[in-house]
Ligand binder design. Structure first.
Ligand SMILES: NC(=O)c1ccc[n+]([C@@H]2O[C@H](COP(=O)([O-])OP(=O)(O)OC[C@H]3O[C@@H](n4cnc5c(N)ncnc54)[C@H](OP(=O)(O)O)[C@@H]3O)[C@@H](O)[C@H]2O)c1
Length: 285
């Protein structure tokens, strides 16, 4: 193709159409940690983009509530209750997913969390293992169980929800930061591994998102200000919905030439942690 063969941008956009860029018609998406917080919003948003959505988490009740909201909005949702840190539960859940859907096109590995806060010297090996199991090993597990179908079909998008903690220092959650950083390493290696098979693997690193996991900061007005408006260049705490646009983009044809990307989604806070925020995060004796 020569330059003169290249369609003008407006024609190219019309030819592709915005729906074929971002729409997820006919695709099946699995979202882990979909019973609340970021995962619930991602599941609802992917369904709104016309994907059939499988929701995974431990709380059957939480999953049912999110699935009901998706169905009331006209979408398709399949809740599958499972503790992803348990190998046999994860295997059963994935078997059910494959039997009920016939295959998965989009996998959002969102379940995770720091589980506890502790000085490094106080972290016991058992706690370290639990955090790695939830934030890394369970991702490996489910990505192997559901990803082999993507590789066989030669198409798919895996989206790993890491954290800004993987990219910068964070007092008292070294266990979580190390696990989320390992997830980024896995993302890049797997992206290279699976690119020849047409499967893309990318990661999002959220910053301060207003969910249950951060209630200790958001419930106290002074801490809320110090960690939000005063510390984030774009200002304030982000609602979970702010993670949705990047997720739909990574799931869709709009990002079909993007793999191995690590995307900070933090209002600019990874540019550096200001001293006053560092002070707020310091242990309260
Ligand atoms: N909120 C933030 O500021 C922030 C910042 C950076 C990164 N992140 C990351 O974003 C992701 C979502 O965070 P969030 O704030 O939405 O957390 P959240 O509100 O605590 O939700 C966590 C979700 O993971 C599920 N989950 C936890 N353990 C599980 C297990 N063993 N098996 C299956 N599901 C499990 C929970 O459901 P059940 O309890 O029903 O199992 C829940 O649906 C996490 O990976 C987190 O590390 C969050």
């Amino acid at each position: 193709m020569t330059l003169t063969d290249t369609p003008a941008p407006r024609e190219a956009a019309a030819e592709l159409g915005i729906n074929s860029l971002f729409g997820l018609h006919g695709r099946t998406a699995v979202v882990t940690g979909a019973s609340r917080g970021i995962g619930a919003v991602l599941a609802e948003g992917l369904a709104a983009a016309h994907a059939s959505v499988v929701l995974i988490a431990r709380s059957a009740q939480g999953l049912e509530q999110v699935a009901d909201r998706i169905r009331s909005a006209g979408g398709t949702a399949l809740p599958v209750a499972c503790d992803l840190t348990d190998r046999s539960q994860a295997a059963h859940a994935c078997q059910e997913v494959l039997e009920r859907t016939g295959g998965v096109d989009i996998l959002v590995n969102n379940a995770g969390g720091p589980l506890f806060q502790a000085k490094f010297l106080d972290v016991r090996e058992e706690g370290w293992d639990k955090v790695f199991n939830l934030n890394l090993t369970s991702v490996v597990r489910i990505t192997q169980l559901l990803g082999h179908g993507m590789v066989e079909r030669g198409t798919g998008s895996v989206i790993n929800i890491s954290s800004i903690g993987a990219l910068q220092e964070w007092p008292e959650i070294s266990h979580y930061c190390a696990a989320k950083a390992a997830l980024l390493s896995l993302t890049r290696s797997l992206a290279a591994d699976w690119a020849p098979h047409g499967v893309r693997v990318n990661a999002i690193c959220p910053g301060w998102i207003d969910t249950d996991v951060n209630r200790a900061y958001t419930a106290d007005p002074a801490r809320r200000r110090a960690t939000g408006a005063a510390a984030v260049p774009l200002g304030g705490w982000a609602p979970p919905g702010d993670v949705l646009g990047t997720t739909v983009w990574l799931a869709s044809n709009a990002s079909r030439f993007v793999t191995g990307a690590v995307i900070p989604l933090d209002g600019g806070s990874s540019v550096g942690m200001p001293a006053h925020l560092r002070a707020q995060l310091a242990p309260t004796a």
